[in-house]
Design a protein around this ligand. Sequence first.
Ligand code: ADP
Ligand code: F6P
Length: 481
Amino acid sequence: SFDEGGLLTERRIIIVSNRLPVKVVINKSGQFQLQPSEGGLATGLSSVYKRNDNLWIGWPGAFLDENQRSQVQPLLEAEKLLPVYLTEEEIAAYYEGFSNETLWPLYHYFPSYTLYKKDDWEMYCAVNRKFAEHVLRVAREEDIIWVHDYQLCLVPELIREQLPNVTIGFFQHIPFPDFEIFRLLPWRKEILKGLLGADLIGFHTLDDTKHFIASCSRLLNLEVMMNRIVVEGREVMVDTFPMGIDFEKFQQWARKERTLQNERRLRSLVGPLKIMISVDRLDYSKGILNRLEAFEQLLDRYPHMRGKISFIQLVVPSRDQVPQYRWLKDEIDKKVSSINSRFSSFGWTPIYYFYRSFQMDMLSALYKTADIAMITPMRDGMNLVSKEYVASKTDQKGVLILSEMAGASKELLHAIIVNPNDIEAMVDALLQAIEMPEEEQVYRIRAMQEIIAKYNVYHWVNLFIETLEEVKQQQDKLTTK
Ligand code: ADP
Ligand code: F6P
């Protein structure tokens, strides 16, 4: 880990992302508290910024008035977090609007869900400037500035304008779509130019990297040499860095006494039933409705499965002010209740559905108890949940069914890989998982654990930062020649 000297750079890293790794909530006695944020980016990077004098700049996840900000500020600063406060208008047009009604659906191949609103775009530009100003208040030229994700595409260029020689990395945690999809965006050139302010731009998969390079060359007519793009005489590198998880931490969680207690309780409640689990943020990209449909068809077509398997679906509330998410929540509610009312019997519930966050000791116990994890997004940049499930299997028994549309499917080749649009194939995958012999389960989980343990989140951070420093050194050599 970093504490053991694993992070190779000694330079200060300033992480910049829309959301801080904690969110501000008000507890029962009316006081402010910090709680871990959900989502891959926050969980993946939370250990990095604590090292040395690194810091993290981002939004604390809620609207706060002046008085509330002054109460929250010292709590955040004590954790080396520098807040960017957003007004209600900014949250509506920059976060819910342009980020989550324009870029998110477009980049996840849902063009029919995508809105193109000029006012949202203008607010996106303004909020990106606001983030850049916060960075510029603290940044020095010798720092490494690491900007994350689609909410902040313009920040690299905005920083570059003010600090021409500073080292800037950008990592996108969601897919980068094919040119034919990306070109639909009216502000496509501005987005590319904003990103190209960075020295290194990273994606989870080779396809994302290729798509980005193709868009730069076709839309901006830039010179491309393999994975280097020349921008006004400066070489920007684009490369693939599949994000990992803290494997050891998930193994440790799986062995904690509280987890084991929860696991025993769960097992005694479900008895000899097969347990299937799915864990997702509320999002149409996660394929929740298709998966429910596959489970319903399994019970429909194979009546002997009734009373034999229960499905635990955890949905973490997310972006609930965005209409498409509200609609999805209603649809899930309806689908779950229709399946349960159709198939339940005294003594057997087909689906246990939770719409809330869980503590780690419960999440870990659920991962351990589940005989099957069905992680079948319609499209996902990486999907860390699939890796967390595999990492939590201390006895190496369990089956992962994984969508081929998740970045993780490029690494977890020993999962049962499915197309989430192919409901029949998902039913077959379920049958295969239910019947898989133990030796085969162990063989597959072990193979996947080797990959996840080796390419963990520390490896990911180091590889990205080392590559970034190398790119910068090469640029410096070229300019001093
Ligand atoms: P995304 O970034 O799109 O939300 P990922 O699968 O990459 O998807 O990351 C989700 C993260 O959120 C995981 O690290 C997971 O542990 C965490 N998480 C998911 N569900 C819950 C839950 N019910 N309670 C707490 N954390 C959760
Ligand atoms: O991992 C992709 C991502 O969009 C992150 O940028 C984000 O933190 C996470 O999913 C959760 O989304 P949100 O921040 O909108 O709640």
